[in-house]
Design a protein around this ligand. Sequence first.
Ligand code: AMP
Length: 534
Amino acid sequence: MKGNMQNMDLTIPKLIEHAERYTSDTLIVSRETDNSILKKTTGECLNQSRKIAKLLQSLKVGKGDRVATIAWNNSRHFEIYFGVTGMGGVLHTINPRLFPEQLIYILNHAEDKVVFVDDTFLPLIEGVQDHLEFSPVIILMGPKKEINFDIKNLHFYDEMVEQSEPISDWVEVDEGDAAALCYTSGTTGNPKGVLYSHRSTVLHTWASGNALRFDTTSSVLPVVPMFHVNAWGTPYAALMTGCKLILPGQALDGASLFELISAENPNILMGVPTVWLGLLNYLSEQNLTLEGVDSVMVGGSAAPLAMIKEFNEKHNTFLVHGWGMTEMSPLGTMNLQTKKMKELPNEERYELQTKQGYPLFGVEIKIVDDANNELARDGSAQGALLVRGPWIIESYFKSDSPAVDDEGWFDTGDVAKIFSDGCMQIMDRSKDVIKSGGEWISSIDLENAAVGHPDVEEACVVGVPHPKWDERPILLVICKGDLDKESINEFLGDKVAKWWLPDDIIKVDELPHGATGKLLKVELREQYKEHLME
Ligand code: AMP
């Protein structure tokens, strides 16, 4: 027997209407590209979105057409998010940190009709425009002004939006229609497009808004970029929950973030570990502390124990690990504070906090061996991490083959352990795990142990060929002073198994990072491939 309840399409236009009706006076604070601070209400921003929707229609953008943004986290970007998705267009957020060849590839692949761009990225557009197979309308996100770049088909946001009428009704879409597009930032091959639907976005918003603890009393600083995986869905979750948003623009250094935090008092911060490293260093140099920040949500890479401890002991802030990926909209698991955690002594709790946590309802996870046999959830077996659920990819944009197996499982490319209570811990990317004499060494674990050493600013562990053990780890470090290998080895000695200790420790001036801030280990493996063979 079937239930008797209604079926309502889960769509972003409905989400917008909800926010317009119930939380339109919520504040959106934004650092603009000229560094000024702009404060608007959600209602004012969404009224701009209505004008953008109409403007796009006048530019002949129809349902399913892609509209790109290359922009920081700021109020205009927020307005475009909903102007595009509210009129049936597909919001294609572009990561400006991609290489120019990748940018050309994805603009051509997505066939964007319009590209909204912050002035910081005009040189990027100038550099790639002659390689495009079509000629998109370029809209500079700001007032009309003189510019020093030769950009074709250029218009000015403020002027165009001002002159446009607001759309009277948001466009009706089907919940299965495409809403947003984000390309992966893989280090090999061309980026692949992940095409989110209205339904997957709304379901992810329900789950993430709840897991991130957003409500009308919260004030959120997403340092995670709106140009990559929709800033973990924050703009959507802000509409659904009515939380205040503080958008930091391009000023992501410790001093600027602290200034914004002091002025706007967020209680939730969101970002990758490198950003928090910058903030913590600044706070420690200036002898400052955070006030009123309840939690810092960390994802993108693993947060080291030393960071968890520093946030807790110096700033009374709880670090929540989240894990996910572009193909997962992105949130998959979160490690929120549980009752059990609260009762634990600090050191034991920090240890638990280093893990990536428990799946949100809707996400299923399992680990498998090389023959695809499911492995035990015993905190010891480790294997390829597979996921499935209603906001997880089925196939890549314009690809004919599925990205999942026959049962719908998607291979994340991560290696993980699952503990008996269900808690998941990422051990490594499959391609980064070090296979030494048939056993596995987690480069992440070693790195996170190494950054606990007072002289180590950043650490990167890569496996390099070894004549006897196939592969052995070497540790590359950015140090505060001279390198003291013995002291680092001694420090690591009681944190990892003896056979995990790196075969060499090398001081470097910088480490290569990819478009989403992750260490680019492929390059380093190539560079050091002979290091232990001599
Ligand atoms: P992206 O698709 O660019 O968002 O990258 C996703 C990848 O980032 C995942 O597959 C993981 O390898 C890594 N990642 C994300 N969150 C975490 C985390 N909390 N700890 C460790 N690795 C993470």
